[in-house]
Design a protein around this ligand. Structure first.
Ligand SMILES: NC(=O)c1ccc[n+]([C@@H]2O[C@H](COP(=O)([O-])OP(=O)(O)OC[C@H]3O[C@@H](n4cnc5c(N)ncnc54)[C@H](O)[C@@H]3O)[C@@H](O)[C@H]2O)c1
Ligand SMILES: [Zn+2]
Length: 366
């Protein structure tokens, strides 16, 4: 089993990564936390599949079942968790366990930040995306009708338990989505890791490849290191948004229907690589290397015809990450390094135009 520490002073915590580690690791963590009560938040199907793996934690725990899907990531879901905690008489020493993907983690984490002005919670991420990204770093929250993640809080978990065995039931498209964020970690922070992940490649996920566990641990290490240096996104943490400026714009313009988050980020990473060539002198082979990584996992890289370049720029300029009309993008001067820089709209527009003209080389692109 791998262990990664997120160093945040008094709010530091450990991430445990292992196949089949869930039951005993969670028991040990709860043994240390000594909660007065334990409350699991999950989806019905995940409770059916994985409550048995929670070991003794499942018996005696209160359970709140949320409906799955991004459209249920709203304040009503937070309210149902809070009411459940209050009905069960949970006090300040209770612990909430979030068993699920990024949606469960974000909602349960936010409810934990609110209940009695903050109770402890443990993340048990069950999607690849949540294991390498959403469960680490303490961002919690929900969507409002006006937009994604508009209400939230920073609230660090007490621990993260990643049991890679839970991925056995995850659909391949969700595996792919997580791989896009993993490739992103390599691009922004670790060239050897990027090369390793690109060289593996996978389209089938049964059985789970043996390299996945150390890869998840390394991605957690990269995210943990960035978060430790910038807990509340004052600066450095913005580099984690590599590929997300154009990715978010594509998600918004296609109403979250056409692409998964990871697929949209994959396309956005190619745009970000092209902007990086213009703005921070990235070498000419960067774009091709990014495309190679994406293609190894069957991720898309071309801009959808349904979104015009002008629309993408317009939405990107309104992204909540750009302020005062200045667009800031996470860019890379070369694989393994990243920086966040202001980008003028005409440069983004020109890069999107060059993105449209990219052609596959060899085989397997697109
Ligand atoms: N807090 C952060 O830092 C952060 C970072 C990235 C993303 N996010 C958030 O995460 C969310 C996306 O997370 P996601 O991609 O995990 O989606 P998700 O939580 O909606 O999960 C996707 C689907 O997979 C199902 N599922 C989960 N685990 C499964 C398993 N092991 N087997 C079978 N099915 C399983 C879920 O029930 C759901 O239907 C978004 O809301 C996003 O905003 C948060
Ligand atoms: Zn993302």
């Amino acid at each position: 089993m791998d262990r990664v520490r997120v160093e945040l002073g008094q709010r530091s915590y450990a991430i445990s990564v292992g196949a089949g580690c869930l039951g005993h690791t969670l028991e040990a963590i709860l043994g240390q936390l000594e909660p007065t009560s334990v409350h699991v938040v999950t989806h019905p199907a995940l409770w059916r599949s994985w409550s048995g793996s929670l070991g003794s934690t499942a018996s005696g725990a209160g359970v709140t079942l949320l409906r799955p899907g991004e459209r249920h990531k709203h304040l009503g879901a937070v309210a149902s968790i809070l009411r459940g905690l209050a009905d069960r008489g949970a006090d300040r020493r209770c612990v909430v366990v979030a068993l699920g993907g990024g949606v469960v983690g974000d909602v349960a984490g936010f409810a934990s930040a609110c209940y009695l002005r903050g109770v402890r919670f443990v993340q048990v991420p069950t999607t690849l995306l949540a294991q390498v990204d959403a469960s680490v770093g303490g961002k919690t929250g929900v969507d409002l009708p006006q937009g994604k993640n508009l209400a939230g809080a920073f609230h660090q978990p007490s621990a993260v338990v990643i049991d890679t065995a839970t991925l056995a039931t995850l659909p391949p498209r969700h595996m792919r989505s997580g791989m896009a964020e993993i490739l992103k970690h390599g691009i922004i922070a670790d060239e050897a890791y990027f090369e390793f992940v690109t060289s593996r490649g996978a389209r089938r996920w049964r059985p789970l490849p043996d390299w996945l566990e150390p890869v998840i641990a390394q991605s957690c290490r990269i995210k943990a290191s960035v978060v430790s240096q910038d807990e509340r996104e004052g600066g450095l943490r913005a580099i984690l948004n590599f590929g997300h400026t154009v990715g978010h714009a594509i998600e918004t313009l296609t109403q979250y229907r056409e692409f998964s988050h990871g697929e949209a980020v994959a396309i956005g990473m190619v745009s970000a690589a092209l902007v990086s060539e213009r703005v921070c002198g990235a070498p000419a082979d960067l774009v091709r290397r990014v495309m190679d990584g994406l293609s190894a996992y069957g991720l898309p890289w071309s801009l959808p015809p349904s979104c015009s370049d002008g629309e993408i720029v317009r939405v990107a300029m309104h992204d909540k990450k750009s302020s005062g009309g200045v667009l800031r993008m996470a860019l890379t001067p070369g694989v393994g390094h990243a920086t966040a820089m202001p980008v003028d709209a005409p440069i983004l527009l020109d890069s999107l135009c060059r993105h449209r003209s990219l052609r596959p080389v060899g085989h397997g692109y697109g």
